[in-house]
Every structure is written in structure tokens, then in C-alpha cells.
Design a protein around this ligand. Structure first.
Ligand code: 6R9
Length: 652
């Protein structure tokens, strides 16, 4: 059965739809096609030019030092203060009255925080941290709900050069304490709780228990958000009794371009979390450049909204550092999208006149499931650019986003990047690229992403393989905190002189890049390497399916058999005929090799807190095994519900 033994990853799905940018969008776009030419002609000069959009206290002597790969140094010798670039310079330029954050709490409370107010609060917080003995280089862990103080805490750390490590508010005691411990944090900043799903969700008890296990922590600074009862320890301090009373006089000191800015632990699907280390000058350069170019941000007019949590890298680069370096006005929402009703997101878009929205495929597929009529009830005409991040976006989800949210008028930017890359790497440019539903398309100017085969040769158009990055980029991770060897082994050992991202990808006939999911999830069926993404996209292409996850389960005949888990669109009932129809639909779309052995209807899928499907756990179910580690699941009870539901479901 080995028809194609040399094939790295099959290319099964073809997509012919394409949408050129509206001409008036192109005319006023921040970035034109010339950016690619400039960057191709001289990549380092291109990044030099982008870095000059920031304020530096001291100029750099060298753009890139790559003499000791893969340990990069960007803007060598340059000095800047990241927080001053996000705040002080805007206020000094007369923009102090511009709203930085339109905060919308889940219960409906709101706050508009201007740049002047944000700067004032960050200065007070910086003075408080210094009073508590936090010095440049000391690590601070932040464990917070989505409230403005989370951004204030991050910026205050940046201001005094204390690297922060934000941990998802919602991770367990175990996850929190292991991250505090690995970073050796001196201070934890948290809140009493946050509002989620209509309730006050406590955070402080988790912090109390975690900190009891971590001798490095000296103080815990607590923001009062929900006003629920909390236990109080000697090490605890209230934010409103310290930060609020601190001086708002604080001069930002410049730090070296390579001074550590933050550590962020990747959820990863297995093993000990990796502390991804980012530094200052290169990171801020690429975060702000990509935010301005990919979303075409016009800070005077746009109202930008990124729905990610601050504990995810998207929250770091595209809520805090990128948008604030660009003086953007943005919306920050605390709660869940269906509280108190499934139209909450669209109500917020209408209320604030959101123009740029950045969300994840998992959210888009959930909105599809809730039905077209929900967004149709709101005025979404302010929107002009839509973004997607986190997982491959299936072509049908892309089309739904375009039509039902973007009114068929907004360019969609599908942005591929990772915690490790720090900022967007592959994406359309909304005023330049003719977009294709489901493709992230091409490397941004100044970035060299490739798709290679086993031997590290670029695959031809039409071929599939491994996504790699050939040249160093400004916002690249510098190492894994405390573990250079793991950094080398994880990212730089699969291919020599190339960063391997862990993702599969293909190049279509035009050379555009399509992401095909993690290579660990690739299924080997009768000698063919089949990506989970293509089969899932084929299923979502059926008009009864809102969301799908597929896995390869051991099969005596074919090596692995494809097992699909599907969530149906609102109002659809399944039957044995329907399931057979879904299997045939995949065979018709992708070819008989990709026909699922089995399709199971479920009401939920196991996801990480950032919305990525955990296929590993579904593989355990498909192969009838004991479940593996569920600690990074968004909702750890979901697996039991899936199993119970399956026992009641019709067999295919
Ligand atoms: C930003 C972020 C990184 C992994 C990455 C890939 C997947 C992210 C994607 C995408 C296809 C996109 N991913 N964006 N896959 N298309 N537009 O998500 O960072 O949490 O570290 O995850 O997410 O598999 O390798 P992170």
C-alpha cells in the first residue's frame, strides 16, 4: 500500500475562491507591496527602519548579531524603555486624552482609561514594585482576570525591567506553583477574582495555595475586583491601599535592547512547560510593526478589539505591547462570549463601534454553531478588518466570518505565529493580498518562512512538509528560561540552521502557505501522511457541521484509521444515514484515502485555555485508553461528558 513513500504530507484540499482587497482599502493602506521588495532587497535595513518607529534612548551599533546561532541579539547596544514607548511618548505627543482601553466587565460595568490615566497608574504601580524590593531582573508572576490592572501590572514590570510571567487566571495550583517556581518569582500580582459566566470566580485561594509551596515569593499584591471574601496572609497587600497611594512621579530608565521583557510558559500538549523568554527591542519592534501593518491600524480612528486572554501570547503582543506602542484605542472584555446571552460579542462591537476584530477559529466555529441570526441582530457596519489566530481556520469558517461578521466587505487576515515567534510571521497584508479562505498565505516582509521536506529542501508548489524559519527575526524567542539545551533540542535540532516550528504546512499552486496542524497530530493511513486540518475542514465544509476534530487511531488494516468527532450546527439532528453522509462527503472532497473510519457526534471538544483542540485526549478515547494529563484543559470535566455522550450516541 506504499503508493507514495517519499511524500512528506499529502495535499488533498483545493480551494479556488479568492478575494482581492477593496481598491479604496488599498489606496489608504498603511503598507503596500513595496514593503516586500524593500525587505527582500535588504532585510536588516528593513528591520532597522521599523525599529526607528520606536523611541530609543541610545542608538544601536549593530542590527543583528548572529555570530552564535541560535542565540540572536538584535539592535545590539541600543537602549530603550518598553513601557515608555507604550505610554509616555504618546502622552508627551499630546495624546493623553485618547482612550487606551474601553473596559467592559462581564456584569456590565465599564471604564474608559485614557493614555494619561494609564501612564499615571503604571507609574504608581512601578513605584510600588520598587518599594516592595523588586529590582531590574527580578521575576514577577501575574495571575489575573481580564481587567485593566492586568495590563498595568505588565507595563509596570516592563518599566522597571522586571520580567513578568503571566499565568492564565484559571490554571490550577499545580500549574501556577510550577511556573512560579521555575521562574523563581519574588512577587505575585493577582486579584481576588474575576467575573466569568455570571459568577465571581475566585483566584486568590489558588494563589494562596500555590505560594505556600514557593519559597521564592516574598509578597502578593492583590487587586480587588469581585469584592468576594478572601483569606489574608502576612505577605499580602491590597493594590488599592498601595498602588493608589504611591507617587505618580516615576522616571523610566532605559534598558539594553536584549534586556529580558517576559517569560511566557507555553501550554504545550505534553511534558514540563517551557518558559519562553522574550527580550525588549526586537520584540517591541516586530510586535508594533506587525500590529500596524497586518491590521492596518489607523490609531486616530480605529477601535481595535483582540478577544484573546492576556495570559496567552496574543494578549501580550496584540493587547498590550503592539497596540499600545502604536497608541491604539482598544476594547477589553472580561467575560465569556455567551454571558448573559450569545450576542454579547456583537453587542460590544456595536456599542464601541469596533473597526478591527482579532479572534480565534474556535470562537468563530462556536458562533457558527449558535446560528447566523445572532450577529444579524446587531449593527456590525463599523468593522473593516477581521483577524484570526490560534489554529488553522477552516475555509467554511473563514467564509462564515467574512459574510456574517464582515458583511462581505472586510479583508480577513489569518495570522500564523507562536509564543516562540513573539509576533505574527505569516499573514496576508489587508491592502495588498488577494486572500484565500483558509490560507495564511505568505511570510510578512522581513520574515523567511519555508516549507521543507525531510531533507530540508523547499517543497515545490503543490507539495506538503514542515514549516520552518530560515533567518532570525527580531521578536524570536531568545531561549527557554534556564534551559539553553532544551531550546537547542526543541527548535534547532530537527534541521540544521533552521528553526522548526512543529507545524505541518503545504504550498498551493500559487506558492501560498496553508497550515496543516501540528506534525505530532499527522495521521498515517495506508502509507499516506494525512493532516488533521484537511479532514476537519472537509467536515466543517458540510452544512450540518460547526466544528470537527479528527485523530488517527491504531488500525490493524491501514496502520491508522481516521476517527472524527463532530459538533453539529444549531438545530441539526444526527442519524446513521447522516453519519454515513459525512464520511462520504469527506471521501468526495479529499479522496477515498481520507474517508473517516468512524464519525462520532459530541456536544463539546477538549480544548486548552487558548482554544486549541487537544487531540491527544481524543486519541485516548478513540483507542479506548486511560486518559492522559488533563491539567491544561479549559474545563477538565469535558472529557467525562464526551465519554458519557458517546455511550448514548448512535453507532455509525
Ligand atoms: C499565537 C499562538 C502556536 C501554534 C502554532 C500552530 C497554531 C497559531 C495559527 C495556527 C494555523 C494559524 N497556530 N496560529 N495554525 N493557522 N493562523 O497561537 O501561539 O499558543 O504558542 O500556539 O498554534 O500550531 O504552532 P501559541
Amino acid at each position: 500500500m506504499n503508493e507514495a513513500p517519499q511524500e512528506t504530507l499529502a495535499n488533498l484540499l483545493t480551494e479556488d475562491r479568492t478575494f482581492p482587497p477593496p481598491p479604496e482599502f488599498t489606496r489608504s493602506a498603511n503598507v503596500s507591496a513595496e514593503a516586500y521588495e524593500k525587505a527582500d532587497a535588504d532585510r536588516l535595513a528593513f528591520w532597522d527602519e521599523q525599529a526607528r518607529r520606536l523611541d530609543w534612548s541610545k542608538d544601536w551599533d549593530q542590527t543583528l548579531d548572529w555570530s552564535n546561532p541560535p542565540f540572536a541579539k538584535w539592535f545590539v547596544g541600543g537602549e530603550l524603555n518598553v513601557a515608555a514607548n507604550c505610554l509616555d511618548r504618546h502622552v508627551e505627543a499630546g495624546l493623553g486624552d485618547r482612550v487606551a482601553i474601553h473596559f467592559e466587565g462581564e456584569p456590565g460595568d465599564t471604564r474608559a482609561v485614557t493614555y494619561a490615566e494609564l501612564l499615571d497608574e503604571v507609574k504608581r504601580a512601578a513605584n510600588t514594585l520598587t518599594d516592595l524590593g523588586v529590582e531590574a531582573g527580578d521575576r514577577v508572576v501575574i495571575y489575573m482576570p481580564m481587567i485593566p490592572e492586568a495590563a498595568v501590572a505588565m507595563l509596570a514590570c516592563a518599566r522597571i525591567g522586571a520580567p513578568h510571567s503571566v499565568v492564565f487566571g484559571g490554571f490550577s495550583v499545580e500549574a501556577l506553583s510550577s511556573r512560579i517556581d521555575d521562574a523563581g518569582a519574588k512577587l505575585v500580582i493577582c486579584a481576588d477574582g474575576g467575573f466569568r459566566k455570571g459568577k465571581a470566580n475566585a483566584l486568590k485561594p489558588t494563589v494562596d495555595e500555590a505560594v505556600d509551596r514557593c519559597p521564592s515569593v516574598e509578597k502578593v499584591l492583590v487587586v480587588r475586583r469581585t469584592e468576594q471574601d478572601v483569606d489574608w496572609n502576612d505577605r499580602d497587600l491590597w493594590w488599592h491601599e498601595t498602588v493608589a497611594n504611591a507617587s505618580n512621579d516615576h522616571e523610566a530608565q532605559a534598558f539594553d535592547a536584549e534586556h529580558p521583557l517576559f517569560i511566557l510558559y507555553t501550554s504545550g500538549t505534553t511534558g514540563k512547560p517551557k518558559g519562553i523568554l522574550h527580550t525588549s527591542g526586537g520584540y517591541l519592534t516586530q510586535a508594533s510593526y506587525t500590529h500596524r501593518s497586518v491590521f492596518d491600524l489607523k490609531p486616530e480612528n480605529d477601535v481595535y478589539w483582540c478577544t484573546a486572554d492576556i495570559g496567552w501570547v496574543t494578549g501580550h503582543s496584540y493587547i498590550v505591547y503592539g497596540p499600545m506602542a502604536n497608541a491604539a484605542t482598544q476594547v477589553m472584555y472580561e467575560g465569556t462570549p455567551d454571558t448573559p446571552h450569545t450576542g454579547r460579542m456583537w453587542e460590544i462591537v456595536q456599542k464601541y463601534g469596533v473597526t478591527i476584530m482579532y479572534t480565534a477559529p474556535t470562537a468563530i466555529r462556536t458562533f457558527m454553531k449558535w446560528g447566523d441570526d445572532v450577529p444579524a441582530r446587531y449593527d456590525l457596519s463599523s468593522l473593516r478588518v477581521l483577524g484570526s489566530v490560534g489554529e488553522p481556520i477552516n475555509p467554511e469558517a473563514w467564509m462564515w466570518y467574512r459574510e456574517h461578521i464582515g458583511g462581505s466587505r472586510c479583508p480577513i487576515v489569518d495570522t500564523w505565529w507562536q509564543t516562540e515567534t513573539g509576533a505574527i510571521m505569516v499573514s496576508p497584508l489587508p491592502g495588498v493580498t488577494a486572500t484565500k479562505p483558509g490560507s495564511a498565505q505568505r511570510s510578512l516582509p522581513g520574515i523567511t518562512v519555508d516549507v521543507v521536506d525531510d531533507e530540508a529542501s523547499s517543497v515545490p508548489n503543490g507539495g506538503g512538509g514542515f514549516l520552518t524559519i530560515r533567518d532570525p527575526w527580531p521578536s524570536m524567542l531568545r531561549t527557554i528560561w534556564g534551559d539553553d539545551q532544551r531550546f537547542l533540542d526543541t527548535y534547532w535540532s530537527r534541521f540544521s540552521n533552521m528553526y522548526f516550528a512543529g507545524d505541518g504546512a503545504k504550498r498551493d499552486a500559487d506558492g501560498d502557505i496553508w497550515l496543516l496542524g501540528r506534525v505530532d497530530d499527522v495521521m498515517l493511513v495506508s502509507g499516506h501522511n494525512i493532516s488533521t486540518t484537511e479532514v476537519e475542514s472537509a467536515l466543517v465544509g458540510h452544512d450540518t457541521v460547526a466544528e470537527a476534530a479528527v485523530v488517527g487511531a491504531a488500525d490493524p488494516l491501514t496502520g491508522q484509521g481516521i476517527v472524527a468527532f463532530v459538533i453539529l450546527r444549531g438545530g441539526v439532528e444526527s442519524s446513521p444515514e447522516h453519519l454515513a453522509d459525512l464520511r462520504n462527503h469527506v471521501a468526495k472532497t479529499l479522496g477515498p484515502i481520507a474517508k473517516p473510519r468512524q464519525v462520532m457526534v459530541v456536544s463539546e471538544l477538549p480544548k486548552t485555555r487558548s482554544g486549541k483542540i487537544m487531540r491527544r485526549l481524543l486519541r485516548d478515547i478513540a483507542e479506548d485508553r486511560q486518559l492522559g494529563d488533563v491539567t491544561t484543559l479549559q474545563d477538565s470535566s469535558v472529557m467525562a461528558r464526551i465519554k458519557d455522550g458517546l455511550q448514548a450516541a448512535p453507532e455509525d
